[in-house]
Ligand binder design. Structure first.
Ligand SMILES: *[C@@H]1O[C@H](CO)[C@@H](O)[C@H](O)[C@H]1NC(C)=O
Length: 660
């Protein structure tokens, strides 16, 4: 920021005269609507009510209760809970139980570094997600008030360490492992200072505004009244920042802002970022951090809403964009959404108040939080739980990917849409990062587009190619011909540096043939073509499978490879590929088994018929009297027996044919 310009403005500000005094009756403060584009955030350790005590009887346990009370219960709220351990106590960690109750749908995201946390919460309202995987969690009985919850926890654990009705914070920083209370009982006090262990970021729900006097005023006033009481008498400081942002396009940096900051007398305002053209009216003292460290004395300001508003109007600002009373804060941020180009009228249309539809932004945030997309092996899937869609108060009529022809199906519990990596305009970057968009169409015809990305699971894959161009993969391995193999490893882990350890070919019924061992080829018929250290990691080699002479089969074989990785868990990956082994000089090409069987049977049949025919011819042409020659001098006894036997031979089937 240009300091000189700013100082000049400050001086100019003291000379500002009421150019157009506005009648205070013109402005009736009304609760701020979403479309007015102002958000006031502050961080504080003061909770609406709370207490601390000695904690459970079991001294290695801590039990903390967070009681969330949202004013707007139709909403879907988001709370980040950041749990850290107090320094020095990290060695002997105590078991920590968080009991969380909310009166509205809440996405609770927990961040913690390896602390033994257990969550007990009402799951009909709270959707819990942690940065460390599965949360150890149980249900609580539905209890009405905070006091009831406190009583229940005391009975359950023999005491609680802390209780806080925190209102509706966006984020809570919580320190565990501290001795925070000495009293036996935890008796909630209102406006409780939980600064010992808790700080929270709150979006004020108390922001009010005058209706817009013109469509796109280029100057506006913001009033912040920090009401914290005098009880800490030492000088206090509060940090204040103002950011102008824009959803689409450039923010309107030259916005003329008149900032009125009212606090107690001894309060020092440390003012950080503002617009170039911001004028200040501050009670107590203030410092413009970007200009100098000098403290500027402010002036006494009225102790009433009307008085403060009159001050603004006296300075010629007829649009009070926000008026906020803040109970207590260490840090205040004004987020002002203003674009250099005024938005087109369709962008934000206020909805009927009895059915508050979520704004596009809210739905985008919600989807970002739920992350319903996931990358599978070779597909991307979006599965949106219908349970969570109810809170939109606006039925989803269609859900598609960026390619509108990829439409989700309803499977009772979820809306599910899947796509292959090649379809639905899916983009794959560096072989692993998948990008697409989720497009929701709501009954109100509102459309929400959320770009998303996910990483494909890690995978080692093998491919066989018949040519050195590595173009068209094949599953046939030709014997005595050069085959080309590509080993690729898909991972997002940059530093994993994969090494090809081993590759082998296992043919049916034989010992496997080692092709690569410890990264080097095992014979002259294997040639390593090199590693291509891009993403995905690719390693190539070629080899010749030399089959023995006269081998006759078309059998299956398995190509297998193993890759080792450093700084990675698991430290190795394996993959195998089934291939058909094909011999080029086959002896009976095209001779199928059925043909063989057919020919054999045919030959057998011909043989049988021939034999029968020959026998027939033989038996018809032989003379009946012809007696087979006998030995010249047979012994008498034997001779008779022979004659008899011959006689009996004549009564064989042939005799019937001879009589015929
Ligand atoms: C619907 O699909 C999702 C995602 O694939 C799955 O988790 C869920 O179990 C399915 N529900 C039913 C009833 O099949």
């Amino acid at each position: 920021m240009d300091g000189v310009q700013c100082l000049a403005l400050l001086l100019a500000f003291s000379l500002v005269t009421s150019a157009s005094p506005v009648n205070i009756q013109d402005c009736t403060l009304q609760p701020l609507g979403q479309e007015q584009g102002v958000k006031v955030l502050y961080s504080t350790s003061r909770v609406p009510s709370g207490c601390v005590s000695q904690g459970p009887l079991e001294t290695d346990w801590e039990v903390h209760i967070l009681y969330l009370q949202y004013k707007d219960r139709s909403g879907v709220s988001q709370l980040h809970l950041n749990v850290s351990s107090a320094e020095g106590n990290s060695t002997q960690q105590r078991k920590v139980v968080f009991i969380v109750s909310s009166n509205s749908h809440t996405f609770l995201t927990v961040h913690s570094e390896d602390l033994p946390l257990t969550f007990i919460y009402n799951s009909e309202n709270i959707f819990l997600k942690t940065n460390y995987g599965e949360a150890n969690s149980t249900q609580i009985p539905s209890l009405g008030s905070g006091e009831e919850l406190l009583k229940w926890a005391e009975l359950m654990y023999g005491g609680v360490s802390s209780f806080a009705n925190v209102g509706s914070p966006q984020q809570i920083l919580f320190q565990v492992g501290k001795e925070i209370g000495t009293s036996e009982d935890c008796i909630p006090e209102t406006d409780f200072n939980a600064g010992q262990y808790l700080e929270m970021d709150v979006v004020s729900s108390e922001v009010k505004s005058c209706p817009l006097s013109s469509k796109h005023p280029r100057e506006e006033a913001h009033i912040v009244w920090l009401q914290q009481s005098h009880q800490d008498s030492s000088s206090q400081a509060v940090e204040l920042n103002m950011n102008v942002t824009c959803d689409k396009g450039d923010p309107f940096k030259d916005l003329n802002v008149f900032l009125v900051l009212k606090g107690q007398e001894n309060l020092l305002w440390n003012i950080g970022s503002t617009t170039h053209s911001t004028r200040f009216l501050v009670s107590g003292q203030y410092r413009l951090k970007h200009i100098s460290s000098r403290t500027i004395h402010g002036q006494a300001l009225p102790d009433s809403k009307e008085g403060l508003m009159r001050k603004v109007q006296e300075r010629g600002f007829d649009f009070i964009a926000s008026y906020t009373e803040i109970p207590s804060a260490n840090r205040i941020t004004l987020e002002i959404f203003r674009c250099a180009e005024p938005p087109t009228e369709v962008a934000t249309t206020p909805q009927a108040s009895n059915h508050p539809h979520r704004t596009t932004r809210e739905i985008e945030r919600l989807l970002d939080l739920m992350k319903p997309w996931s990358c599978l092996d070779n597909t991307v899937e979006v599965a949106l739980a219908k349970q969570y869609l109810q809170v939109l108060n606006d039925p989803v009529t269609a859900m598609t990917l960026q390619d509108r022809s990829c439409v989700a199906q309803d499977n009772m519990t979820h809306l599910v849409v899947r796509s292959f990596l090649e379809d639905c305009f899916t983009q794959v970057e560096r072989g692993i990062h998948v990008k697409n968009q989720l497009i929701l169409t709501l009954a109100s015809l509102q459309q929400v587009t959320v770009p998303f990305e996910c990483s494909l699971p890690e995978k080692l894959s093998l491919q066989l190619y018949p040519t050195p161009e590595f173009k068209l993969p094949s599953t046939t391995l030709e014997v005595n011909k050069v085959a080309y193999v590509q080993v690729s490893f898909r991972t997002a882990a940059e530093e994993s540096s994969p090494q090809l350890q081993e590759c082998s070919l296992k043919t049916s019924g034989k010992a496997s043939l080692l092709l690569i061992h410890n990264g080097t080829s095992t014979s002259s018929s294997v040639k390593i073509l090199g590693a291509f250290d891009n993403r995905p990691w690719v390693h190539r080699f070629q080899f010749i499978y030399e089959a023995e002479d006269g081998e006759w089969s078309s059998s299956l074989a398995t190509l297998f490879c193993r890759v080792s990785l450093s700084h990675h868990d698991p430290s190795s990956f394996e993959s195998s590929l089934e291939v058909k082994v094909k011999t080029t000089q086959m002896h009976n090409p095209g001779l199928a088994l059925s043909t063989v069987v057919g020919i054999t049977f045919g030959a057998f049949l011909i043989g049988v018929l021939l034999t029968a025919a020959l026998w027939y011819i033989y038996s018809h042409t032989r003379p009946l009297a012809k007696i087979p020659p006998v030995s010249a001098n047979p012994p008498a006894s034997e001779s008779s027996s022979t004659n008899h036997s011959i006689g009996s031979t004549q009564s064989t089937p042939c005799s019937t044919s001879s009589m015929a």
